[in-house]
Design a protein. Structure first.
Length: 366
């Protein structure tokens, strides 16, 4: 049990289970999943669908953090990608055409690729601190999105575009399928090839990795580009779900949720080892927490406080110091139990462990 509790994923999983139980108590039909018109519906499906954008960004953020970096610009990239897609669709003579939507999505992804190249260039080539380099785009990105939308909320009515946020594939929400594909692709590339080991080596010791022949610049460059593309996909899902591009609110604070999901999942901000499965658990904890706020009926003014309290509890419980304290407490209890058992066994035989026998007393007298 001690070994199990020392695992960094133990407390996040416990917290996720606790949140699900709270939701079940507040709403007895919380676990029920129904099939309507061949599509899956239910609270659990909503958690997966609404948490898909956060998970997609968190996957890219995991790889960035594993290289000792961070990307604060993902929310702005979400807003830019949504603004680009909606502006192209609205400017087209046939907004409902599949070809128009494909061009809009492709253009948004291409621009996000350029934004990722910009972040990667600042961090890997110019050696600017990641938090400063990405803060530039975080600040300027919202302004770029405002320029694209001309300060307006662009509302689109395009059925092919709505598929990203509210469509289904074989009864499963498209957003969930996209998140699963991105997570699976990242896991395949990092755990079935040497890429994951190289990322961890760069995060643990960049200079030693460079001396060992690892091209850390190219690796860091690639993870920032990948994260920007993930942010663009998440932004397209959010924009499609809202059927509008809002430069001010699309992807607002989603970078914080993604970082929290990564940290809750056990990836250290100091770089090195990372866990994509842990990131999945962290993203589910964040989204289930948001759902719990509405299910339990917590007032909106206390939402952020409740969210912060739960996240703080998880982080404290999974900290190394907490694990040491729990292990020490269990060791003390085990020692105390052994002493009690030894005392009990000694009294049952009629003499304590330190009581001399009769032959011993004779030898002492001699």
């Amino acid at each position: 049990m001690t070994k199990l509790m020392s695992n960094r994923l133990f407390w996040p999983i416990v917290m996720l289970a606790a949140l699900l139980v709270v939701n079940l108590i507040a709403f007895p039909g919380f676990f029920s999943i129904q099939i309507r018109d061949g599509h899956l519906f239910g609270s659990l499906v909503d958690i997966l669908r609404n948490g898909a954008p956060t998970l997609i960004i968190a996957v890219g953020m995991t790889l960035v953090i594993a290289t000792r970096g961070i990307d604060l610009s993902v929310g702005a990239v979400c807003a830019i990608s949504g603004a680009v897609a909606c502006s192209i669709i609205l400017g087209s003579p046939d907004p409902g055409s599949v070809g128009t939507v494909v061009v809009a999505i492709g253009t948004a992804l291409l621009i996000s690729l350029v934004l990722g190249v910009w972040n990667g260039f600042l961090v890997s080539v110019l050696k600017i601190q990641p938090i400063i380099a990405t803060l530039i785009l975080m600040t300027a990105g919202r302004g770029i999105a405002m320029l694209i939308t001309e300060g307006q909320i662009l509302t689109v009515r395009s059925d092919p575009f709505k598929v990203l946020g509210s469509g289904f594939i074989f009864g499963i929400p498209v957003a969930v399928v996209l998140a699963a594909v991105i997570l699976g692709l990242a896991a395949l590339l990092t755990r079935r090839t040497a890429l994951g080991l190289l990322i961890e080596s760069v995060g643990i010791n960049p200079e030693a990795s460079r001396l060992a022949g690892v091209r850390s610049k190219g690796l860091i460059f690639a993870v920032y580009v990948f994260t920007a593309v993930c942010a663009a996909i998440a932004g397209l899902i959010l924009t499609s779900n809202q059927t509008s591009a809002d430069a001010n609110n699309t992807g607002l604070f989603i970078e914080l949720d993604a970082i929290l999901a990564v940290v809750i999942g056990g990836t250290s901000l100091a770089g090195g080892r990372f866990s994509l499965f842990g990131t999945l658990i962290g993203a589910l904890v964040i989204q289930t927490l948001v759902t719990t706020v509405y299910t339990v009926g917590i007032p909106p003014i206390a939402t952020m406080v409740f969210k912060a309290a739960v996240v703080t509890a998880v982080c404290l419980l999974q900290s190394p110091r907490s694990a040491e304290m729990i292990a020490a407490a269990r060791a003390r209890r085990a020692r105390r139990k052994r002493l009690v058992d030894d005392a009990a066994s000694g009294s049952s035989t009629g003499s304590g462990p330190l009581t001399p026998t009769r032959s011993d007393s004779k030898e002492v007298s001699v």
